[in-house]
Design a binder for this molecule. Sequence first.
Ligand code: SME
Length: 162
Amino acid sequence: MHTLQINSIDKNEVYKEILPQIESLIQDESDLIANLANIAAVLKTTFDWFWVGFYLADTQTKQLVLGPFQGPLACTRIPYGRGVCGQAWEKGETIVVEDVNQHPDHIACSSQSQSEIVIPVWNQKQQLLAILDIDSTELACFDDTDAYYLGKLAEIITRYLG
Ligand code: SME
């Protein structure tokens, strides 16, 4: 098992430290669920966000189904196009929400969530594999830096598990 060592408080530096460590973690294991579970754990313990988890794409029912996560219980199914997660699937892009209370179609799993970032993870056929969803109890917690590095994380998942 790898030990994560975070020496810097700068967000860029933290991402630059953990991404190669996550990559080496998943290189040694082929099971998707096991790897997504560890990635959620690494992100939660590193950044102490409120909720970190994956929704897995069910292309038959066109729904997102709750997968490995860290944090309080969450809704189990999100239809394509609904909520921030379903919209990220529909649009095919990362969505940053500074204030979830202002978002017209945010699905509130907890009233404590105030801001959110949602990143699509693709398989190697460019179909949706999963959605990485992260919530914070602070407003405007996520920015372009998070979108950039979490997008890089999504690429790593695609490369090894997609
Ligand atoms: N807020 C998400 C739902 C998932 S929970 O935040 C864990 C959404 O609007 O899609």
